[in-house]
Design a protein around this ligand. Structure first.
Ligand code: NDP
Length: 339
């Protein structure tokens, strides 16, 4: 059993980023590791997640999650091993999923931790394919977009954690055509050859509207938006009457300092009777058991493929976060903190 260390390292927000975050906006600092109080556990983090929504929390503005505080530790999804416990139901040696990432050690109330099975799946999977991004894809497609068999589906950010799962779930549920966009030719190749998309294109190679038209000549029924801007405009153009849009993310705008130029064609929503619906994954917690059972089954049967880009070391966590925003990841970007 690992000994409880006196200090651990944690990432603090040193300055609020303006536009693209810079390494100087973050600081890796040492902090004493507290003993767990009654009902609490001490966790040695093994993997932590870096997610696009964290960029929004670096700005000081009201949102669905509170902003990070300056000179306080960042937080986010993490999986680790319990090294001390004063809580019923969680023992030393258990693995838990919790919300105090961006640090080597975390003390938290056991009620905020979920025990995960390290034998059922690699621990990092609980941050990706079986975790928050996976549920986002599942709920966003099946509940929010009301996906039905035969739909033609377009997803942007298609080689990322959420997008790669959206495309595959659509295929597994009987989509007539699955189209994805991503930011490199290698990602586009992987979408078709590894993830089974029918068509994919690199949005950096030309106007999205033209490339989407070529990939979806008969139009689309569902657009799963991870990107916003030009992608959303192109999708509105290609959507068939009564098409549905899951507005999941708009990553093309997260570091923007000016309002977006697109979409300029929102009026199409009227004539085509389109439905655009925003989503927040935490609203869909009730779907968790069904999601776990179905996606877990697809993974065991080899029907759903997932990848991870793993960056090693807590000192590289900011690089991993910035890399994810730039597209350095295929599948889920995670940071491995263990030895
Ligand atoms: P990803 O794994 O997809 O990583 C982010 C990807 O975004 C990068 O790999 C990059 O890929 C792409 N990207 C970055 N900048 C741009 C740009 N300007 N235009 C197009 N693509 C860009 O992240 P997630 O799967 O975790 O998240 C995907 C989206 O889903 C995000 O918008 C996120 O905010 C949203 N989300 C929303 C949730 C909700 O509850 N509403 C929950 C979880 C995620 P590339 O190389 O292709 O450019």
């Amino acid at each position: 059993m690992p000994e409880t260390p006196a200090v651990g390292r944690e990432w603090h927000l040193a300055a609020r980023p303006k536009g693209w975050p810079k390494p100087e906006d973050f600081a890796l600092r040492e902090a004493p590791v507290a003993e767990p109080g009654p009902g609490q556990i001490l966790v040695r983090n093994l993997f932590m997640s870096v997610d696009p929504y964290m960029r929004g929390r670096m700005d000081d503005r009201p949102s669905y999650v509170p902003p990070f505080q300056l000179d306080r530790p960042l937080d986010g999804g993490a999986v680790g091993e319990v090294i001390a416990s004063r809580a019923d139901g969680i023992a030393v040696g258990d693995h838990v999923l919790h919300g105090l990432g961006w640090r080597e050690y975390a003390v938290l109330d056991a009620k905020h931790a979920t025990v995960v099975d390290a034998d059922a799946a690699p621990l990092s999977a609980y941050l990706g394919v079986l975790g928050m991004p996976g549920l986002t894809a599942y709920a966003g497609l099946l509940e929010v977009a009301s996906f039905k068999e035969g739909d033609a589906v377009f997803v942007s950010g298609a080689a990322g954690a959420v997008g790669s799962q959206v495309g595959q779930i659509a295929r597994l549920k009987g989509a007539s055509r699955v189209i994805g966009s991503a930011g490199s030719d290698d990602k586009v190749r992987a979408l078709v050859e590894e993830y089974g998309f029918d068509a994919a294109f690199n949005y950096k190679n030309g106007p999205v509207a033209e490339q989407l038209k070529a990939a979806a000549p008969d139009g689309i029924d569902v657009y799963f938006d991870n990107v916003g801007g030009e992608h959303l405009e192109a999708a509105l153009e290609r959507l068939k009457p009564h098409g549905r849009v899951t507005v999941c993310g708009m990553i093309s705008m997260y570091n923007a300092t000016e309002p977006p130029a697109a979409p300029r064609n929102l009026g199409l929503v009227i004539g085509k009777r389109l439905r655009l619906q925003g989503m927040i994954v935490t609203d869909h917690a009730a779907l968790q058991p069904q999601f776990h059972a179905e996606v877990g089954g697809w993974i065991r049967e080899g029907k759903l493929h997932y990848s991870e880009t793993v960056v090693k070391g807590v000192d590289n966590a900011v690089d991993a976060f910035l890399g994810m925003l730039r597209g350095a990841n295929t599948g889920k970007m995670v940071v491995a903190l263990g030895d």
